[in-house]
Design a protein around this ligand. Structure first.
Ligand SMILES: [Zn+2]
Length: 393
């Protein structure tokens, strides 16, 4: 394995630190993606930038022996605006690149690729790039996808919530609030009614699908003596059931329409970004990765335990799990309970602990890729579970 640094740090750690230093935000990760492509190119991968016409995306590929099966690693390298790599995506980048390089050294037959997937945090126009890739068939010829994400604990097979955000704009009619109140029609009234009606909706939803609906009034007028002619709300709607999500959205739209009627205002509803899917958990794959962690003395809860927890977040990695067997390994670089997207996690993403753990992650993911290419029983089990998911609870 070729190191990128002339310095004393091993290549994987030098790369993680360089991406951390760059701290480029989503859809603007030009230098970070260039560096990752360079490392892969130097290690014999065929590299193509501007993948699927996404400026900071890339695909790198190396064929070994007969080229089958095909295993892909997903890299993220976007930082958070204002704070930097407080989500530790610099480690995801290095983990993907060096797991792939290491895998090519272990595998006899197979294709190993790395997909550079920009803007996981949703900062720019290529927000949720994995969704675009999954929908446009980027993983059509891939048999297995592996990813990783740092945090305050180890786990495999984490479920996630489907999520789609909306922006609602009401338009009313401005008037002097003391002289001509009868001429005014308040967009803010429509927004407040909507906010209240959504609170009422919350009581009458299914309890088993982890329904969450979070909203704000973003704009509600400029001066108290002018009837607000424009008000804007944004809402995030999340559930662990994609079909039920559609039903709640239908009811939400009825609320907005009703509140506009009641206040004689007009409205428009816009989707923000793309729909984050739920995660399709692959049982044999999750168990295999956990087995490799446990062999190394790493404490990782059994899949049943992880699945019994309430899913907390949403990720574009979930959309990948819907089109190809995939797993995102959660690895621990900070004490349990450490807040994420914080100064603490920013430091943790370049700590001595992260360096030690990242090396283990690279070993485990490249071993999993190698076993997938060699062990046909494991490969078949993963494939079967993708098409006919086992019940795990
Ligand atoms: Zn993240």
């Amino acid at each position: 394995m070729k190191d990128v640094s002339e310095g004393k740090e091993p290549g994987y750690w030098d790369l993680a630190l360089r991406i951390h230093d760059l701290s480029e935000i989503g859809s603007r990760e030009f230098e970070s993606s260039r560096i990752l492509m360079k490392v892969l190119g130097d290690n014999g991968f065929r590299v193509a930038g501007n993948f699927m016409n996404i400026p900071t995306a890339f695909k790198a590929e190396k064929v070994i022996g007969n080229g089958s099966p095909s295993v892909a690693f997903l890299a993220e390298y976007d930082a958070l605006p204002g704070i930097g790599h407080a989500c530790g995506h610099n480690l995801i980048a290095s983990s993907a690149v060096y797991s792939a390089i290491r895998a090519t050294e272990k595998i006899e037959n197979g294709t190993v690729s790395v997909f550079g997937t920009p803007d996981e945090e949703g900062s720019g126009e290529w927000s949720g790039s994995k969704i675009i890739m999954a929908e446009k068939g980027a993983f059509k010829n891939v048999d297995l996808v592996l990813g990783s994400h740092p945090g305050d604990r180890w786990s495999v097979g984490d479920p996630s919530l489907a999520d789609l955000d909306y922006e609602v704009t009401f338009k009313g009619k401005a008037a002097h609030e003391a002289a001509n109140p009868d001429s005014g029609r308040s967009a803010l009234d429509a927004a407040v009614l909507t906010y209240t009606a959504v609170n009422m909706l919350r009581q009458h939803v299914r309890r088993d699908v982890n329904f969450v609906m979070h909203g704000i009034i973003k704009e509600g007028g400029k001066a108290s003596n002018v009837t607000p002619e424009r008000a804007v709300l944004t809402y995030g709607i999340r559930t662990s059931d994609i079909e039920y999500h559609k039903d709640v959205v239908r009811r939400f739209k009825k609320i907005v329409e009703g509140c506009a009627n009641a206040t004689e205002t007009t409205y428009s509803i816009k989707e923000i970004g793309m729909m984050y899917s739920t995660t399709k958990v692959n049982v044999p794959l999750s168990n295999k990765v956990r087995e490799k962690l446990v062999e190394r003395g790493i404490e990782c809860p059994p899949l049943e335990e992880t699945l019994s927890k309430i899913p907390e977040g949403s990720t574009d990695f979930a959309n990948v799990t819907q089109v190809v067997p995939a797993l995102e390994l959660q690895f621990k670089i900070a004490p349990e309970g450490t807040p994420w997207h914080s100064r603490e996690s920013l430091e943790a993403a370049r700590s001595a602990e992260a360096k030690r753990v990242l090396s283990e992650v690279i070993d485990v993911l490249s071993d999993t890729a190698e076993e997938f290419t060699r062990n046909s029983a494991f490969r078949e089990a993963v494939k079967n579970d993708f098409h006919f998911p086992q019940s795990v609870l």
